[in-house]
Every structure is written in C-alpha cells, then in structure tokens.
Design a protein around this ligand. Structure first.
Ligand SMILES: [Mg+2]
Length: 344
C-alpha cells in the first residue's frame, strides 16, 4: 500500500510517454499454417494487418522452423524489416534498427546473427545415435534430395533448396517404428535432455534451444534497451509453438485447415485466443483484435508500464554486449554451450 502511486509529476509524465511510445508491444508469429496459408504458403490475405503493425511501429517477429535463406526471400516479398527467429530458435537475427538505430538503408542491412544451438551436422549426428539406439528408422533433411524435400513439403525445387540450407537443426521424418521403439526413442532423448517436437510435416530435435528461449532472449535485450517492460502477442498452430505461446501476454491459436486445434496446445493453453479459421486472413483478424486489446489494457493500467531499468545506463551496457556477441555472416563460432551439446 505504501508504494501506491504518490508519483511525482515528472515520473507521471514519463509514464505517459511510455504509453505513447510506439514500441511497447511485440508480436511474435509462427509462419507455416499460422501467418502463411497451411497449403499454399500464401500471406497476402494478411497484408492490411501487416501494414497496420508497421504504421503503429509494432515489431512483428517471425518465429519459424524455416531457414535464414527461406526467410530472407519471404521478408523481401513482405517488406519485413523486424527481427526473426529461424530453425525453431536455433538462429536469432536482429536488424540493427531494432535497437533504435536510425532507419536508413545502411542500418537496415546490418544485422546481428546468433546461433543458439547445434550446427546441422551436430544435430544430425545426435539424431542418428538416438535412432540407432531405439531401433527407429528416421530420415533427416541431410539424407534427403532436394526433390524429396519438395515432394514432402509441397515447396518448389528452388524453395526446397533453401529449406535444405540449414545452420542449426536437422528436421526428420520417422520412416518406421513400433510403439515400443518410439517409446525408447523418447526415453533416450529425455535422458539426454534433448527435446523432440512434432511440427507440421517434420519432427525436430533440439537441446537448450526452442522458439520460447530465443523469444525470451530477444525480449530481454529489447527491454534492457528500452528500459521498460514489454507486452507480447504470439500466434502459433502446433505444439512446437508452445514454448513461444506460453510466454506471451496474449497467445493466439490458429486451427488446422479442418477447423480443429492442436489438442496439446489447447490442453496447455485453454484460455488462449482462438482464431476463427486458418490462413492469413484469419491470422490478420486475430492479431488485429489482440493488438487492440493490448492497447486498451495498456491505456487502462498505467502501473503495468513501470520502467524496469534506468534506460540510459542499460542502453549503453546492452549495446556493448551486442558488439561482443556479434557473429558475422557465415559464422563459425557458437556463443552458447556448443561443446556440452555436442558431447551428449
Ligand atoms: Mg506452424
């Protein structure tokens, strides 16, 4: 009670400024079957909401199992300039402009790239070891031809080639396994603290990274730079999105094309917003109303917008950290736990 808002005039003003600050909110979204149409990968039905986010200067962070090469093409078409998370949290890419650098051509082309998990070769080795042990027959991206990937995903050959340019993960399919063998596979993974997740068309294995961890890292960096706590919206359609959805202030679930929601996601997040259908137009409608809800809530509760750190001091610190951690294009160094992960 003693803390109750006997705020001096100056601080009250600064809180008002925070409300008006255009970057109070971050929107995270999965791509396949969420922002992109589940069958034809189309996004144009979401164009008006994408434009609205841009006008309001609310960053839209793409968070996907796609590779950097695939996302780059999509971003160019969409005119997307915000950060993105590739390969299920294995790669985090942050354009320089995200941290308040002037929005010029030069600043836009500079980006920081972190690899947060295994290399593809390491993931592939771990996968074959686990599969051998459990006698499960798997087929990873590395073993597949471009034509095979195109067939399995419905991508064109050129797109499939980009999907194969992986830097931090090895999606795979299960070719054959009995129930007992699958159980042994799960157990062997769990014992080594490896996570297995089923995406739309492929399985994924990760250790120490997922969409949620990359999301947290990005939010924390942004909060340090901004000096205020951020609210987040996240949209996804499958259990691989759960680590991201569970952290969002407002999670949005997109149903499958048959109108049903992923049961694992529903069980974990019964109170999440449920989109009215799948495809970019349904995504756009759900995200738009979530943004409006966030804006209403922010306007109604000034106290939620308390500054979390003295902005100037933290800004300087954060920018120094970034330059230490920066990994150049075609990076060969891992900042986090590479040795430990590889030796599992
Ligand atoms: Mg998806």
């Amino acid at each position: 009670m003693g803390r109750r808002m006997r705020t001096p005039k100056k601080s009250h003003n600064s809180e008002l400024q925070l409300i008006q600050s255009p970057q109070r909110l971050l929107v995270f979204t999965d791509l396949d079957g969420t922002l992109l149409h589940p069958i034809n990968y189309e996004w144009r039905g979401a164009a008006s909401t994408l434009g609205e986010l841009r006008r309001k200067r609310i960053p839209l962070i793409l968070c996907t199992s796609k590779t950097r090469a695939e996302i780059k093409t999509l971003r160019r078409k969409m005119g997307h300039v915000d950060p993105y998370i590739a390969e299920n949290g294995g790669i985090l890419v942050v354009p320089w402009t995200f941290f308040g650098k002037p929005d010029t051509e030069g600043a836009r082309s500079r980006e920081l790239v972190w690899r947060l998990g295994w290399t593809q070769a390491e993931a592939s080795q771990v996968l074959s070891r686990l599969a051998r042990r459990a006698k499960v027959k798997v087929r990873g991206f590395r073993q597949m031809s471009v034509a095979e990937i195109a067939r399995a995903t419905g991508l064109t050959l050129a797109e499939a080639r980009k999907a194969q340019m992986r830097e931090a993960s090895e999606p795979f399919q299960i070719v054959s396994a009995s129930t007992a063998q699958m159980r042994a596979f799960w157990r062997a993974a769990r014992e080594r603290r490896i996570k297995l997740a089923e995406g739309g068309r492929f399985w994924h294995l990760t250790m120490g990274t997922d969409k949620g961890q990359a999301m947290t890292l990005l939010i924390q960096l942004k909060e340090i730079v901004e000096g205020v706590q951020l609210r987040t919206i996240a949209a996804g359609n499958s259990s691989i999105d759960l680590p991201m959805l569970t952290q969002a202030s407002l999670p949005i679930l997109i149903p499958r094309p048959n109108g049903k929601f992923d049961p694992k996601v529903i069980r974990a997040l019964p109170g999440a917003i449920r989109a009215s259908g799948s495809g970019p137009a349904a995504w756009a409608e759900a995200v738009r109303s979530a943004v409006l809800q966030c804006e209403r809530e922010q306007a109604a509760d000034l106290r939620k917008l308390r500054p979390i750190a003295p902005a100037n001091g933290w800004q300087a610190l954060a920018l120094r950290e970034f330059s230490t951690l920066q990994i150049p294009e075609g990076h060969s160094k891992l900042p986090i736990n590479r040795r430990r992960a590889a030796s599992q």
